[in-house]
Design a protein around this ligand. Sequence first.
Ligand SMILES: Cc1ncc(COP(=O)(O)O)c(C=O)c1O
Length: 357
Amino acid sequence: MQIPYLDLSRLYNWQKENFDLALQEVLNSGRYMDGEKTQICEDNIAKIFNYKHSITVGSCSDAIYFSLLAAGVGKDDEVLLTSFSFVGSVMPIYRLGARAVFVDIDPKNALMETGNIEKLINKNTKAIVAVHLFGNTLDMEVILKIAKKHNLIVIEDAAQSAGVEPNYGSENKSDFVCTSFDPTKVIHAFGTGGAVVTNNEIYFERIKKYRYHGKDNKGFEIPGYNSRMSEIQCAKLNIQIDMLQEILEQRKHIANKYFELLKESDKIKITDYQENSNFHKIVIRTAKRDWLKNELEKLGIQSMIHYPKSLNKYFGDTKNYPEALKWSDECLSLPIFYGIKDEEVNCICEQINRIVC
Ligand SMILES: Cc1ncc(COP(=O)(O)O)c(C=O)c1O
């Protein structure tokens, strides 16, 4: 049996009529940018995240970059974030000439260890990028309390957590939440895409300008970028947003199958998932990760490594982040996508149990 890591054609084929119809509608409308589908999409995104304003942009990386810029974070300012994520979480910080300050992770779920944050704050610290990972979310109540105490901006990197409301507890929400719609995400476009949501009017107006050459009603007022999503992309997202509950239920079903069938042992560890996770990735850990990946490949089962390096290693921070280092050596992501069949998950688990035990 050949089992791909990700097969997007299954979701497309399931909703083929709707996707094709939406495509035709956009093509016939003759309006390809900044039209009705974009407006509906932005309203939908604001609703999903439960924030007032939403702006679609070219990617989550741009969303984080624009958020930092809107909040006035700049050269030599320090920004705290996890040491374990996709490079897209940290690149916007480097793009600004700011300094990334990394925090080691919780070994149970690879999320930033919130207990390690406060000791890294100093007079140069301006912001925290709170990265939600694998569909699990950070405790935002804790992070927002720290941010309030030290007057820091909070940007959530929710690229992997669409459809999941983190715990805000008694705190107000974050300054910005950024998400991604690239094709590997739970809701995705036909290419790259992203969005920022915020409750702050000033930030909202600023980011709207940044995304298109600084344009507002009066003209091109400030230097900006060109980072938008097309009507076709937004039309596709709108269909998936309508199906979001169904998509989440299916992912939960697949995840539960993995948890039920995979034999946890001293050789295989399964990541701790939260009850409301969207199970963006199913990640296991084993000391013999490369060997297991190779054995699965020989059997036609694809897997991926998220992530092979801790973030500090990309730009020469040589400090030691022991938990992130361990995860990057041991983690392996197993197939999960809309339309993966029970028998495929059975086969993956059977093979892993057989190979490892
Ligand atoms: C946690 C995280 N942050 C940021 C990004 C960057 O998103 P984009 O590819 O939309 O720029 C990704 C993308 O995979 C991600 O997983």
